[in-house]
Design a protein around this ligand. Structure first.
Ligand code: URA
Length: 220
């Protein structure tokens, strides 16, 4: 059994590693949108089971240098709290970490430029579940999927569980999507509870493409 000290040290390590990565990212002049917008690195508990990944910061996020603090953030927080979790208990970030002008969609070149920082964040946090929010983030992990068809499904990708969810802004515009997203959060809580059993069944499956594992999950 790990001692309390060892656990505290490992926890502290994640914060330190993230702080070092933040320093690198904020000073990286090669990143697109450098000088045009603030870096919104991400926040939350790196020991949390789920890592939520949005698209890019908006106006409020740029001003406050925190992810999901505007209208979309209110919805995301409501979803998290609806299943008895706390926003501070999970980690939240974006694929692109500076606000694109006029809230335009992130460009492929921006997504690929920020990707090494996102990859490193995922490695450090090592979450049980990656939950991409919306089309851009979902397609970054699962290029073959479509958010409207595949939101709420469980995928096995690179030895990790990925559960795509509608972007809160998209859910806000559509009652059915809002309801589906709320249902996905209930499912997400169950995936966390059954994580060890599910992963024990999947561990040996090496797939180059993401594998939908809902059938396996339904049998647990
Ligand atoms: N939308 C996003 O995708 N990310 C944010 O941080 C805010 C809104």
């Amino acid at each position: 059994m790990r001692s309390v000290f060892a656990i505290l040290l490992a926890d502290m390590n994640k914060h330190i590693q993230l702080a070092i990565l933040y320093k690198q990212a904020v000073a990286d002049v090669a990143l697109p949108l450098y000088g045009a917008a603030n870096l919104v690195f991400g926040e939350g508990n790196p020991e949390g089971a789920v890592l939520f990944i949005g698209e890019a910061p908006g106006k409020n996020e740029d001003e406050q240098m925190r992810p999901f603090v505007g209208r979309s953030g209110k919805i995301l927080t409501k979803w998290i709290e609806s299943i008895g979790w706390k926003r501070e208990g999970v980690y939240i970030t974006n694929i692109v970490k500076r606000r694109p002008p006029d809230n335009r969609d992130p460009l492929p070149i921006e997504i690929s430029a920020y990707a090494p920082y996102l990859k490193e964040q995922i490695e450090i946090i090592n979450p049980k579940i990656v939950a991409p929010l919306g089309r851009f983030s979902t397609n970054y992990f699962l290029p073959q999927t479509s958010i409207s068809r595949d939101q709420g499904k469980i995928f096995w990708w690179n030895g990790r569980i990925v559960v795509p969810i509608f972007h809160p802004a998209a859910a806000m515009r559509n009652t059915a999507r809002m309801r589906q997203s709320e249902e996905t959060f209930v499912k997400l809580k169950r995936v966390v509870l059954l994580y060890d059993t599910l992963v024990a069944l999947l561990r040996d499956r090496i797939h180059t493409n993401a594998l939908n594992v809902d059938d396996i999950f339904e049998q647990l």
